[in-house]
Design a binder for this molecule. Structure first.
Ligand SMILES: C[S@@+](CC[C@H](N)C(=O)[O-])C[C@H]1O[C@@H](n2cnc3c(N)ncnc32)[C@H](O)[C@@H]1O
Length: 383
């Protein structure tokens, strides 16, 4: 029986490649662990998200996340003239967010629902299959495609926890020079090997940002995130880019107290730093450098409209009002209490998703706008 907690075929394949070609940059190793077409974590059938998986996402916590987000999408639709609009969601996982958004549009904003073409951009065949199943009731509104195919689109490009799943280069600074972590083989075991940077793009990225790991520290350089942001900006003709993920502005990401960077692995709801454990069967992620996304977006013509914590975003879109509405519908006090605790998870700063999670809203071709998510929290009435 194949081991669900470790893919030894993938490990052997990686070992073989290192034996013939030499140590590989960590980014290549992470790319194989997550996206090897046959054995990668995101490419094989397994439960990844939710209680039976390895981690929770906001959309797997409660449908309210998607309902609130829908309000921002509807406002974008109005700002764009209430005509045909594409909502492109990249990395939709099992499709819960898409379902919550489409249900909410159909039930509460039927004119917008009729105008929306929901395009899913998804690399994992298993996730594509689950999305197709889950979204069957909206079959005439959804489609699957590549990001390139959306060139010239009007609408919103949306992602939740996509960018943290991109393979990153791992670097460290010692004695004033930049080193890159590679993966080698020693006595048949995979081990870290510290070597020269595998590409000049790493130093160029640090120079471009004016920040990187400090002396004696380790950190990640997410070149794929910058490439993605540039591509997104080029594809969007007019509308919004809404990127939700855990992360920091650049200077916070490389702050002196973060000496070991932010790379983490998730397996059955346990987070740890052992990148050689559970090969192909655990998630590997790093915190997103929002400073780099903002800068790359601006260089490609995106305006930074809003950047802040997820709790602010959700509060502005009506979290409190929605919580009270749902509570009022719940007659059983035990279930009402459970609901409150579940929903609080979306906004709690510590142990919850409220603060580490950030939302970046960028725009193109909209002119000066005041977005629904910019409503000051002080304006919210708690009854
Ligand atoms: C952590 S999951 C996202 C969870 C989901 N958005 C949610 O709210 O539950 C990451 C997703 O991104 C997908 N993914 C990773 N890289 C991708 C890429 N370059 N293009 C499209 N999808 C990608 C993975 O297959 C997976 O579906």
């Amino acid at each position: 029986m194949p081991d669900k907690d470790h893919n030894s075929q993938l490990e052997e394949l990686i070992r073989q490649r290192i034996r013939t070609e030499g140590p590989m940059p960590f980014a290549e190793y992470m790319g194989l662990c997550l996206y090897h077409p046959e054995h990668g974590y995101y490419m094989t059938p397994r439960r990844r998200i939710g209680k039976q998986g390895d981690f929770y996402t906001s959309s797997s916590v409660h449908g309210m996340f998607g309902r609130l987000l829908t309000r921002q999408l509807v406002q974008a639709w109005q700002l764009l003239g209430s005509g045909a609009m594409t909502v492109a969601e990249q990395g939709a996982g099992e499709g819960h967010l898409a379902l919550d958004i489409l249900d909410c549009l159909r039930d509460e904003y039927p004119d917008c629902y009729a105008a929306v073409d929901y395009a899913l951009v998804e690399v994992g065949p298993e996730h594509r299959r689950r999305q197709r199943e889950l979204l069957a009731a909206h079959a005439d509104r959804v489609r699957w495609c590549e990001l390139d195919e959306l060139s010239g689109m009007t609408g919103v490009i949306l992602s939740n926890e996509l960018v943290d799943a991109f393979p990153v280069h791992l670097v460290e600074k010692s004695d004033g020079s930049l080193r890159e972590i590679h993966v080698g083989v020693e006595d048949d075991r995979l081990v870290e090997v510290v070597g020269q940077p595998s590409t000049g793009r790493i130093q160029a990225h640090i120079d471009w940002l004016g920040a990187g790991p400090l002396e004696g520290s380790r950190g990640e350089v997410n070149l794929a995130a910058v490439d993605w942001m540039r591509k997104v900006a080029q594809v969007l003709e007019s509308g919004l880019v809404l990127t939700i993920d855990y992360g920091y502005p650049t200077e916070e990401l490389y702050a002196p107290h973060r000496r070991r960077g932010t790379l983490l692995c998730y397996h059955r709801h346990r987070s740890h730093e052992d990148v050689f454990a559970h090969i192909g069967c655990q998630d590997m992620t790093s915190h997103v450098d929002f400073g780099a996304l903002i800068r790359a977006g601006e260089e490609e013509g995106l305006e930074t409209l809003w950047f802040g914590e997820q709790y602010r975003f959700l509060m502005a879109l009506g979290f409190v009002e929605e919580l009270m509405r749902l509570q009022a519908l719940e007659t059983d006090p035990v279930r009402a209490q459970a609901l409150r605790l579940t929903l609080k998870n979306l906004i709690l700063p510590e142990g919850g998703m409220g603060e580490t999670f950030k939302v970046l809203v960028q725009g193109k071709g909209l002119g000066p706008v005041e977005l629904a998510c910019q409503r000051p929290i002080s304006a919210i009435e708690i009854g």
